[in-house]
Design a protein around this ligand. Structure first.
Ligand SMILES: [Zn+2]
Length: 211
């Protein structure tokens, strides 16, 4: 009897210390929260630096334009960053109207596809890629896509085709809304704001950081 009780006490101690350790271990790639009723849920707080560093071929070494690879040949920026408080660039084909509908969109750099989904409303199909560049994390966001070719939670190489240019089911003339953020995993946002915290001027950033 004594031995059995002793074992139960040992088991209880180890369960308690496991929980305690998990709670304090917040720097790991996935945060585990332990509720009072012992339910375990994952929070999907991904350590992108750790994830992308695992394979040097997915680290970014430079950026290209997302259309008319690699220099945006045949396209122009119809609404520049902060024009009308715009938080990105709008890439349109020089043919105007819907002439660029279905044209390929390319990953601007190596990275990890953190999201590929239909946000509906004014956003439509959106792809988000996280980039590790010079030890810093960046996110590129491609919106209003006609079709998404890639799947979420996969690595991607610079210049790989990820989607096609769309018009958000007729909401606009076809174009690509491109954002570059230096804060990863923010809400999708509104696309327009005077407050540019977390957002970068995409053309300026790409031009400054070519391979
Ligand atoms: Zn836009």
């Amino acid at each position: 009897m004594f031995r059995k009780d002793y074992i139960i006490v040992l088991v209880l101690i180890s369960i308690f210390s496991c929980k305690h350790h998990t709670k304090s271990d917040v720097n790991n790639s996935v945060t585990i929260e332990v509720n009072s009723n012992s339910e375990v849920k994952t929070n999907q707080v991904i350590d992108y630096k750790k994830l992308i560093s695992q394979d040097s071929s997915y680290i970014s070494y430079g950026f290209d334009f997302p259309v008319g690879r690699p220099d945006a040949n045949g396209y122009y920026n119809a609404q520049k960053f902060q024009e009308n408080n715009h938080l990105g660039d709008d890439w349109n084909g020089i043919g105007g109207g819907n002439s660029d509908l279905g044209d390929p969109i390319y990953a601007i750099a190596n990275g990890y596809i953190s999201e590929a989904k239909d946000y509906k409303g004014g956003w439509g199909n959106v792809v988000r890629i996280v980039h590790l560049y010079n030890g810093m994390l960046y996110e590129s966001l491609y919106a209003h896509c006609d079709s998404i070719i890639v799947k979420q939670n996969n690595f991607i190489g610079k210049g790989d085709k990820i989607a096609t240019i769309g018009n958000c089911e007729g909401t606009y003339f076809a174009h690509l809304h491109l954002e570059i953020r230096d804060s990863v995993g923010l809400d999708i946002g509104s696309g327009y704001s005077m407050n540019t915290t977390g957002y970068l001027n995409p053309t300026k950033f790409i031009t400054k950081n070519r391979n």
